[in-house]
Design a protein around this ligand. Structure first.
Ligand code: DX5
Length: 215
């Protein structure tokens, strides 16, 4: 079976917010998606930005909204209004299956694809109730809240498990993904790699993005 293409998703959390549009322009020709890390200072110990900043971004790239918030149901509509391509919420923030399914349905009805994220300490089982209902599983390889952290390689086993059980499911990895760790993510079954500091700290972003795609 032909393997799915590897998508590279720069995370703007590590971009220079004082020149955000320029930063987005610098990756747009080379990347596949653009991830916006929305943090509420409650679900994660950092506050980043919300819909007003996402509204200001002009790009052809599909916008991937990663909701690191305690009440994702309250945030969905403002991003759907912006016609974002994808919204991911955290399993830890929505424990009940019925609530997860309702969120997934609302996201899809609003024209976006839906993803669920699990933190490094959260077992894959914690999201198994909806793995057949979602468009993307985000396996965090850092504890969410900040860019530039060290890759937690223990999570690769969860990626392998998920890929074995759901070979057609898009698996995204996020946190500490760079030219060294990307091949491990791809080998485990991930096909959408989020990278913040590896890309935005680099001068030659085209080269870094190309290197992250190498199998
Ligand atoms: C962390 C964010 C990640 C982070 C990735 O909470 O969800 O997207 O920005 O940054 P790097 O690639 O630098 O680990």
């Amino acid at each position: 079976m032909k393997s799915a293409p590897i998508l590279i998703t720069p995370s703007i959390l590590s971009a220079d917010f004082g020149r955000l549009q320029e930063e987005v322009d610098s990756v747009e020709p080379h990347a596949d998606w653009l991830q916006c890390d929305v943090m509420d200072g409650h679900f994660v110990p950092n506050i980043s930005f919300g819909a007003p900043v996402v509204r200001a971004i002009k790009t052809k790239l599909p916008l991937d909204i990663h909701l690191m918030v305690s009440n994702p149901a309250d945030r969905i509509d403002e991003f759907l209004t912006l016609k974002v391509a994808h919204i991911t919420f955290h399993a830890e923030a929505v424990p009940k299956t019925a609530d997860r399914l309702a969120l997934i349905a609302r996201i899809r009805k609003g024209g976006a694809t839906a993803g669920i994220a699990i933190n490094p300490d959260t077992p894959l089982d914690a999201a198994s109730d909806v793995l057949s209902d979602i468009d993307l599983l985000l396996v965090m390889s850092v504890h969410p809240g900040f860019g530039g952290q060290k890759f937690i390689s223990d999570v690769l086993e969860k990626v392998r498990q998920a890929h074995r059980a759901h070979p057609g499911l898009m698996i995204q990895m996020d946190g500490g993904v760079d030219e060294k760790t990307a091949p491990q993510c791809i080998a485990a079954g991930a096909n959408n790699l989020v990278a913040g500091s590896a890309i935005f700290r680099a001068k030659n972003r085209e080269a870094v993005i190309a290197s992250l795609r190498q199998r």
